[in-house]
Design a protein around this ligand. Structure first.
Ligand SMILES: CC(=O)SCCNC(=O)CCNC(=O)[C@H](O)C(C)(C)COP(=O)(O)OP(=O)(O)OC[C@H]1O[C@@H](n2cnc3c(N)ncnc32)[C@H](O)[C@@H]1OP(=O)(O)O
Ligand SMILES: O=C([O-])CC(=O)C(=O)O
Length: 379
């Protein structure tokens, strides 16, 4: 038998077309529906980007007003979802809570078994509108705090921070959060999007695909890395009284030791980008603003120390999760809430892909090469 060529991890394999986004590692660029993500992050709200990902075009002011009104109306948490969350132990990871919430929302959706474009758009918008309430509610219940109801006089990002912390965030923090949501929204055939497209390709429903995608995002080789970055910072030790230089020296020493032990350090490396992640400069600029805003230069020291030691030793660059982790930490999110924040954002890109998959569907079912025992017979 001819030796099959195995493409482990589907590395380098082009599986299908997509018009949602283009990742180009050669030019280090990322386009959402043709627009550079840096331009969107600098000039647009996350709501406009969600509209763009689903509809292919940026909204007119009338379209945006209508879209925003629907998003704001969908913000309150369904009381049944709230009950289900309350029944889950706080030992469960918040990603398990998100995954369960998405599943319950699917089971309760009035259009659950309708996979028309209109129904899927409505489901996507409902998930987008209500996931912030899930994340905010979960962080507050874990802290023993009462829930905070959404406000329909605030934009998506300002309301998200309001529901989580119970106070209005200053414009600079809202802006940095908005940037993070836009940067996390979409990234072609990454593992979670692909997992969801596989589910969608069986003609399953949108919520099932989102639920599966959340499971795929949880792992530290993918979305879970933004939490792992903070665990690294914690392991090195965050010392607010320390100077930037002292923190950088300790971080460098930590990295050299980790690499000597052949450890993988989360927040670095990427399957597609080999010369740096296109989104990092924009997210790093947002982190720099937060470091200045909260007056925490020692965190920049840890950041710089790890980055330069990794670059010197292996030439491996940070990915988006690296600057996003400390940014969310500074804003006051608990570390185990970071990947749920990624979920709240990526719901937009995921659902754009799932609708695209249905539009030109072919069951995703690759082949495997068998390497078990030769045929034998039951004694
Ligand atoms: C938003 C996102 O999901 S971005 C990705 C977030 N994930 C992480 O940050 C996890 C840490 N990074 C990694 O594990 C990897 O870089 C991945 C999984 C993201 C991509 O990996 P792949 O393309 O499969 O490359 P692979 O893991 O084979 O790495 C190639 C080489 O670089 C090394 N390498 C890659 N990333 C790292 C890292 N973070 N720390 C240390 N070494 C690394 C590998 O050990 C390997 O070295 P070797 O050839 O000497 O064995
Ligand atoms: O593209 C990937 O493999 C992972 C990633 O950066 C993302 O999903 O944002």
């Amino acid at each position: 038998m001819a030796e099959e060529e195995i493409k482990k991890g589907l590395d380098g394999v082009v599986v299908d077309y997509t018009a949602v986004s283009k990742v180009n590692p050669d030019t280090n660029s990322l386009l959402y529906r043709g627009y550079p993500v840096q331009e969107l992050a600098a000039t647009r709200s996350f709501e406009e980007v969600a509209y763009l990902l689903w509809n292919g075009e940026l909204p007119s002011s009338g379209e945006l007003a209508d879209f925003t009104a629907r998003e704001r109306a969908g913000r309150p948490l369904d009381p049944v979802v709230k009950q289900v969350i309350d029944a889950l132990p706080t030992t469960a990871h918040p990603m398990d809570v998100c995954r369960t919430a998405a599943s319950v929302m699917g089971a309760r959706h009035e259009l659950a078994e309708d996979s028309s474009r209109e129904a899927n758009m409505a489901k996507a918008l409902d998930l987008f509108a209500s996931m912030p309430a899930v994340v905010a509610y979960d962080q507050r219940r874990r802290r023993g705090q009462d829930p905070v109801e959404p406000r329909d006089d605030l934009g998506y990002s300002a309301n998200f921070l309001w529901m989580t912390f119970g106070e209005e965030a200053v414009a600079e923090v809202v802006e940095a959060f908005n940037v993070s949501m836009i940067l996390y929204a979409e990234h072609s055939f990454n593992a979670s999007t692909f997992a969801g497209r596989v589910i969608m390709s069986t003609l399953s429903d949108l919520h099932s695909a989102v639920t599966g995608a959340i499971g795929a995002l949880k792992g530290p080789l993918h979305g879970g890395a933004n939490e792992a970055v903070m665990h690294t910072f914690d392991e090195i030790g965050i010392r607010p009284e320390e100077s930037l230089e002292e923190a950088a020296d300790r971080a460098k020493a930590w990295m050299e030791n980790a690499l000597a032990q052949k450890k993988k350090v989360m927040g670095f490396g990427h399957r597609v980008y080999k010369h740096g992640d296109s989104r990092v400069p924009t997210m790093k600029a947002a982190l720099d603003k937060m470091i200045a805003h909260y007056g925490r230069p020692e965190l920049l020291g840890l950041y710089n120390g790890l980055e330069s030691a990794m670059d010197e030793a292996k030439g491996i660059k940070p990915n988006l999760d690296y600057p996003a982790g400390p940014t969310y930490h500074l804003m006051g999110f608990d570390t185990n809430m970071f990947t749920p924040l990624f979920v709240a954002s990526r719901i937009t890109g995921w659902t754009a892909h799932f609708m695209e998959q249905l539009n030109a569907n072919s069951l995703i079912r690759p082949l495997s090469a068998y390497n078990g025992p030769d045929e034998r017979h039951v004694p």
